[in-house]
Every structure is written in structure tokens, then in C-alpha cells.
Design a protein around this ligand. Sequence first.
Ligand code: ADP
Ligand code: GN1
Ligand code: MG
Length: 380
Amino acid sequence: MNTHDFDIAAIALKFQITGEVSEVRNYGNGHINDTFLLKNSNPAGPDYLLQRINHHVFKDVLGLMENIARVTAHLQSKLGADNNQKLLQLIDTKDGNTFYRDEGDNYWRLYFFIPGSKSYDIAETARQAYEAGTAFGRFQSMLSDMDPTLLSETIVDFHNIEKRLKDFHEAVKADKAGRVETVGAEIATISHHEQAMSTINQWGRAGLLPKRITHNDTKLNNVLLDADDNAICVIDLDTVMTGYVASDFGDAIRTITNTAAEDEPDLEKIQVNVDLFRAYTEGYIKTAIGFLTEKEIESLSLGMLLLPYMQGVRFLTDYLQGDTYYKIAYPEHNLTRTKAQLCLFEKLHEKSPELRQIIADTVAANKEILTGINTQLSHN
Ligand code: ADP
Ligand code: GN1
Ligand code: MG
């Protein structure tokens, strides 16, 4: 989507902005929405982040925007008014709505651009990974006392692997794009692990895992960091709804520990960076240990395998259906993404015992710290 496809400045004027827009740029690398950075003509005034919401993916835009308004209000109440710049903040339209629908049936929303922020597609340092872990842990923790029934399900069965596999098998059967015969190896890999990948669902059905308010898109580039790589906040709240914490842990590990891009064609370059795994786990456990159950902790290592697997299933389904969901840059893009994700899944699988041990050690260390704090408190 190009900046000149729409009259962005006119769209911005539908919202309660101050000053004028002097420059419009495409921004970010999201696969779903279109994002534009709007510079304020007044250097002292705020910049804005305009998004065209993909309403083919998010069919209930009103429900989606109500979710975001509720979640950001809850986070605001936790953070206090002094921390406005550490939170995604919506700007209403001049009519008082959370989004604007234009004549061409495009849906738009506006946020304050968080000054001095940046996001990474690939983690460069352990510090970035650690900070991302603290950001997602705090996010879940701050939302752990919010009433989940207030949120609508913006995409039904979003991280439900059994439903994803059902869609996948239907796509194989229909073979709409005539591509099935070229992807035999990928179909075999997916089928081989199908059973094992349903464990989290089974634990959920048995009442062993609580459903919490989770983010459901914990890619590294959905955390904003400042110039010194301190976490500012979590963004991209479209899929915040009830889910399992293992999903959020797994999706973060999928994007943070991979030494290559999500769509790396050279599979040799795809490796698991264990230092980054440790750093993310430390940041996450430190901030989430207060509310996680034992079973949830046990589920984290399942989540770290499930999410790359599920992403492979989703990319391949889209490829077989003729590339209707994810934005693609070239015809075979979804297949390249599938191969990369299944490769990462296998690499994580191989390293599973070592990674599980890191989780266990991190949990033990943080429990010791908690016990120490509690003992000190009871002595005071
Ligand atoms: P998508 O759903 O397409 O991934 P995001 O909401 O994640 O869209 O936005 C895309 C990118 O824009 C993010 O990765 C981040 O770099 C940047 N971004 C989003 N919101 C803000 C904001 N309020 N301030 C600064 N940068 C932002
Ligand atoms: C999409 O919008 P973005 O790029 O943050 C997708 C995620 C996938 C991700 C794969 C609503 O996220 O579920 O994990 O691509 N979002 C939706 O990169 O489907
Ligand atoms: Mg995003």
C-alpha cells in the first residue's frame, strides 16, 4: 500500500489531531494492516501513527476497537497518568468514534506515535530479548485482573491448532491453487506432529490451564524499545483476547530466538540462539512469576514448539488457498515462510531438553528471590 493511494492528510483531519501533517511515510513490516507515520508540521507537536485496519481479517471492526479502547484504559489505570507516553493511545475521530470509515469502505484508526521508539524484526542483543520478555510479562500481569468477558473474540479460534489443522486439511483436499503436489514434504512434516501439537488444547479442555487475557501476536516487532533498548510498551493489540500464556511465550520465542528472518529462504541460516532464549525467558518469568500456575509454567515449553508449527500450518494453508490472507512480496512467499517456520520448529524440537532446563532454572531462581522478599517482609 502506497502513501499516495489515499489522501492521508484528509483522513488524518477526521481525527482530533493538533497541527498539520507535513509528511507521510509507510511504516513497519506488519503482514495484516497498513501503517503510516504522520509527521507533525509543528516540531513540538505530536507525530501520529495511522492504520488502515484489514477488515477482511478483522470482520467486527467495532468489537475490535472496543477491545483496544478497554485494554488501553485498563493499562492506563495501572500505569497512571504520568506514563502516557509508555502506552499505546488511541485518538478519537472528531465525531467521537474510535475509528473512521471512508466512502471506499476502508477503516482507519489513529494513535499517538510513541516518540523515540523503534521495533526490531530480528533480535540483535540479549538485552533486546530480555526487555521484550519483561514487556510481555508486565502486559499479561497488568491485564490479569481485567474481566475477560469484556473482550470480544476478534478472530475466532485464532490460536486453536485443532481448528487450524482442520482448515489446513480442507485446503489440501480442495487444492484450490493446484499446489498440493509440490508440497508433499511439508504436508508430511505437519501430519507427523499433529497429535503431539494438540496437548495444550487437551490440557485446556481438562481444566488444567486457565484462559487469561493474552496478546496473541507477541512478535518481537510488537514491542517498542527506546534508544537504549529499554522496553517502552507492547503494541499491536488487535488480537488481545482470552488465550493460553503458552501461546504468547511461544510466539515470542518463535521470533526472538530465530537467527534468521521469518521468511529466510536459506534454511542453513535458521538456528536457535540459546542466549536470546535465556534472556527472553528471564525477562518474562521475572515479571510473570507472580501469577503463573505450575501447569502454565510446564506449558511454556509446549508453546515454544506449538507456535512455529502453527505458523507453518497457517502459511501453508494460505499458500494452498492461493495467498488470500497474508501480504506477500513474491508468488512463492508463503511457501518460503512455511519452510522457514517448519525448519525453526524442528531446530527448537532438537534443543527442547536444553531449553526446558533453562525455563526450570529461571523459574527456580525467581522463586528463590520471591521467597527471600516474602521472608524479609514477614520479618519487618
Ligand atoms: P501490524 O498489525 O500490521 O503488524 P502494528 O500495529 O504492529 O501493525 O504496527 C506496525 C509497526 O509500526 C510496528 O511494528 C511498530 O514498529 C510501529 N508502530 C505501531 N504503533 C506505533 C506507535 N504508536 N508508535 C510508534 N511506532 C508504532
Ligand atoms: C500477522 O500483523 P502481524 O504482522 O503482527 C498475524 C499473526 C502471525 C504473524 C506472522 C491477525 O501478524 O498471527 O503470527 O503475521 N496476525 C494476524 O508473522 O493474523
Ligand atoms: Mg505488528
